[in-house]
Design a protein around this ligand. Structure first.
Ligand code: NAD
Length: 478
């Protein structure tokens, strides 16, 4: 279904994020007929380009980064017809009048702040001064949203001077993933799971986000952040919230975000014994963490594993194990809800121990599996085996289910539609920092240093011990 005609301005339209993610996502929505002919995309950045040069840059970015095969040849040319460029300086007066003159009256206006957060205040203020911050305007901001509670508050305050909370879209692209939304559909659209979704039936939950890459060219940025700030405070926290939250009364933005906020507020403080931090050592390609971040004494972490508890009626006693890291064995992200064993096995000890596991895969092959225990076929007696029930339904839903849209496609269209359900509210982000800050302060006070782990492994040995100690095991990263 096409969305209403819009003017979308991408501040930082020449940057890496715009070229790799935002523009290819808009292109794919264009291909699928969601953009009306009148809609306009305006790149706005500090470098000087004319319209033709910028259109060429966009065409090149799409040729390089678009992964979908469903767009027909010739569509890139048609897409770039909708693109303009304006040279603006967030910190100066240049370009702002021109940008204002390019806006169409009575249209949805969205301003994507794909620039460093230090420019958010300047952009918001100049949009306001040049008459572009009216009630129909929306702004989209990217991570990192602060580096602690104080800086996040300061960003919220600066945006709030010119925009209402209902106009601010804080992106966490994990929420735009198809399977993450499917998780809510499975939880709240079925009778089958919700009655079992609590500490009485769930033994524990594992959330893993594993990457094979190192810090790459982002070393300096990464050293100031580390996995806790870069991944746990936002992405893993959002996944945890969707798993743990109570059913909202409606699927609407504030109902959903209220429930997520309650989860964050119920998180326990994490004790040092329940955390393992790591830095990858030297790998065959010559990289090693301390070298990559160009700081031989860096105490930031490229890996973290932690055991987190939630103090509420539903989850008291059920641990959530979170783990994320770089230079690991495989690029694999999943949530596993591991149910308890049956209270008594009528098949005797030789039938072994079995558990139902609901796995939500974010990467690779987005989808879901439910492991169920059945009888092993054949005449060998009552031997039990666990088999996955594939809940991806690619076959049942046909080819459309296989061309999974990128998270950014979904999220940008939600901005145009004015739907904030899959975006973080200001108080959620602040609550997440309020939980994260004391953990990081504890490392700093104690002078904790991460342990070294072997690149291509599953992370530090100590992170395996974190589970073994509780009589549990991490699922294999594969
Ligand atoms: P980048 O350095 O590649 O691009 C920055 C853009 O900002 C350029 O277009 C530049 O012209 C513009 N810019 C800089 N100063 C300006 C000014 N004074 N006035 C107007 N424009 C100005 O950065 P990026 O990687 O595209 O990242 C943009 C933002 O998105 C950052 O906040 C980053 O943390 C965040 N982010 C990036 C990624 C990613 O994959 N690249 C992922 C998540 C979040």
């Amino acid at each position: 279904i096409p969305v209403d005609p819009f003017d979308l301005v991408i501040f930082g339209g020449t940057g890496d994020l715009a070229r790799r993610k935002i523009l290819p996502a808009l292109f794919r929505r264009f291909c699928s007929g969601q953009m009306e002919d009148e809609s306009r995309i305006i790149g706005a950045a500090r470098s000087d380009h004319d319209q033709a040069e910028y259109r060429q840059m966009v065409a090149d970015a799409i040729a390089e980064f678009n992964t979908s095969t469903t767009c027909e040849a010739g569509t890139i040319e048609a897409f770039v017809e909708r693109i303009d460029y304006v040279h603006v300086d967030a910190k100066g007066e240049e370009g702002w009048d021109k940008l204002a003159s390019m806006m169409h009256p009575n249209r949805v206006r969205a301003f994507y702040f794909s620039v460093a957060p230090s420019l958010f205040g300047d952009l918001a203020e100049r949009l306001h001064r040049h008459g572009m911050a009216d009630g129909e305007s929306r702004i989209v901001v990217e991570k990192p949203f602060g580096r602690d509670l104080d800086t996040a508050r300061a960003l919220n305050d600066v945006l709030a001077q010119h925009f209402d909370e209902s106009q601010i879209y804080r992106i966490d692209h994990y929420l735009g993933k198809e399977t993450v939304q499917n998780l809510m559909a499975v939880r709240f659209g079925n009778m089958l799971f919700e009655p079992l979704w609590n500490s009485q039936y769930v033994d524990h939950i594992q959330i893993t986000v594993a990457e094979t890459v190192g810090v790459g060219g982002r070393g300096e940025y990464y050293d100031r952040s580390g996995a806790m700030r870069d991944m746990v405070q936002n992405h893993l926290m959002q996944l945890l919230c969707l798993i743990a939250m109570e059913p909202p009364a409606q699927f609407d933005p504030d109902a959903v975000r209220d429930e997520k906020l309650k989860v964050i507020r119920a998180l326990n403080a994490v004790e040092p014994k329940d955390m393992v931090r790591g830095q990858y050592g030297r790998s065959e390609d010559g990289s090693d963490y301390l070298k990559d971040v160009e700081n031989p004494r860096a105490s930031s972490e490229s890996f973290i594993a932690m055991r987190v508890g939630i103090s509420n009626w539903r989850w008291a006693g059920t641990p959530f194990y979170l783990r994320t890291g770089k230079k690991l064995r495989a690029r694999a992200s999943e949530i596993a809800v591991v149910f308890k064993e049956t209270p008594h096995s009528i098949f005797g000890p030789e039938a072994g121990r079995h558990r139902n596991i609901l796995t939500i895969r974010l990467q690779p092959n987005e989808g879901m599996d439910l492991d169920v225990t059945i009888k092993e076929p054949g005449p060998g007696g009552m031997r039990l085996v666990d088999v996955p029930l594939d809940m991806t339904f690619a076959e049942a839903l046909g080819p459309e289910a296989e061309d999974v849209p990128d998270a950014y496609e979904r999220l940008i269209m939600d901005v145009i539609r004015g739907n904030q359900t899959l975006f973080m509210r200001g108080d959620e982000v602040e609550a997440a920092w309020a939980w994260t800050d004391p953990i990081i302060a504890g490392w700093e006070e104690r002078g904790d240093r991460p342990v070294t782990y072997e690149p291509g492994s599953s992370g530090p040995e100590d992170s395996l011990a974190l589970m073994h100690r509780d009589g549990r095991r991490w699922r294999e990263i594969k």
